[in-house]
Design a binder for this molecule. Sequence first.
Ligand SMILES: [Zn+2]
Length: 464
Amino acid sequence: MSRPPVRLYDTFTRSRQELRPIHDGVVRIYSCGPTVYRYVHVGNLRTFMLPDLLCRSLTYLGFPTHQVMNITDVGHLTDDTFDRGEDKMLVSARLENKSTEEISAYYTNAFMADIRKVNIQPAVEYPRATQYIPQMIELIEKLIVQGHAYEIGGTVYYDIATFPAYGRLSRNTTDNLLTGVRGDPDPRKKHPGDFTLWKAAGEHRQQLWPSPWGEGFPGWHIECSAMSLSLLGERFDVHTGGADNVFPHHEAEIAQSEAVTGHRVVGLWMHGGLLMLSGARMAKSAGNFFRITELEDQGFDPLAFRYLALQAKYRAPLNFSTERLAGADRALRQLRERVAAWSSQSAPDVSAPSEEWESRFRSGIGNDLDMPAAMALVAELMRSSLPAPVKATLLKRWDAVLGLDLDRPTTEEGRLPDGAAELLEARKKARAAKDFARSDRLREELAALGVKVIDAADGQHIKR
Ligand SMILES: [Zn+2]
């Protein structure tokens, strides 16, 4: 089958661009990964599904990919936007009475387990920020020599006035950036929008490195410049992240990487839309979030979340609710049941009638990863008069992109008894409100349904 052009929406130009791999036909992708001091929630998982869908789609369409995702194991500031606040890694380490290395190892493992649950395929490499400190220092030294950065009292700042394109990605002009600075800005900065490349040790006791400017630690943005340039070279094809990374994180990365190299580094910038819960962005800081394991404990198939995410364009905000998730869970189980039933019928020659369907699927995913169109095609195929085995064959083939385990045998195992999900949710709320009498009563009601609840540090788990 011929390879149709792939068009992807580029945040930098605000337009769809045809993907033309820079190096030997292999698409090189850098994805901003997690900061490993807490569990990721399903809003984060949605962001990490973007590079997964991109790699799966490109591979399906005949473009080999090489994806790198960083792990931020240097605590950056609790308020990343304005260089203030406490170090996140240190806060977690103190709260949990562990070293920062223990914290990052623990949450990196949890992250890997969570992405597996939603069938996010692993990147080729997961570089750790702590392994790239020399490369970061080297970049900062170059920026100082070039006049793009200045040091005061052991802290190095990027001088945004020296990079006229600063603000281009986010459509913030340098003057407008001023209005984004809240509270009292650091008086040592030349411009309140200048961001930190290296931070002097100050009160910090852990995660310090020697540098030409004294002991300290790197800013968050320089980490991604150092790792992407080191691992993918001075020109690579696609950079992904969440919509919340556009400013300041990616704006700063462009200013750093392009100042050092003297040219454009990233071909296309892709950003995934946020996950909304009750009208607000799902966020750790706001406390309104679910882990994928919590949804699993409530009886949902983790891939129901993936199914739900596929219903929306990756760039659009997606409203999350347990009702919508329940709908996705039902639809996914039905789809698997149909695939199993259709697969068991004897197969005629499947090639002829499937070609048109196949090319429609390909043009959908090649059109800026239009998963809602792909899912609409799945629904249309299910209703169609094509022979059952042809439908099954096509669906199983497309599952290489959808990642829904459509040929998984369907059983009743893992399903919660009627009413148990509501009781679990009520009990979670009771525990959060420290209403232990109520939570104990709910535990008994659940036990009567055959669901045993175990309380762990990260919430309630069920045993059946
Ligand atoms: Zn990044």
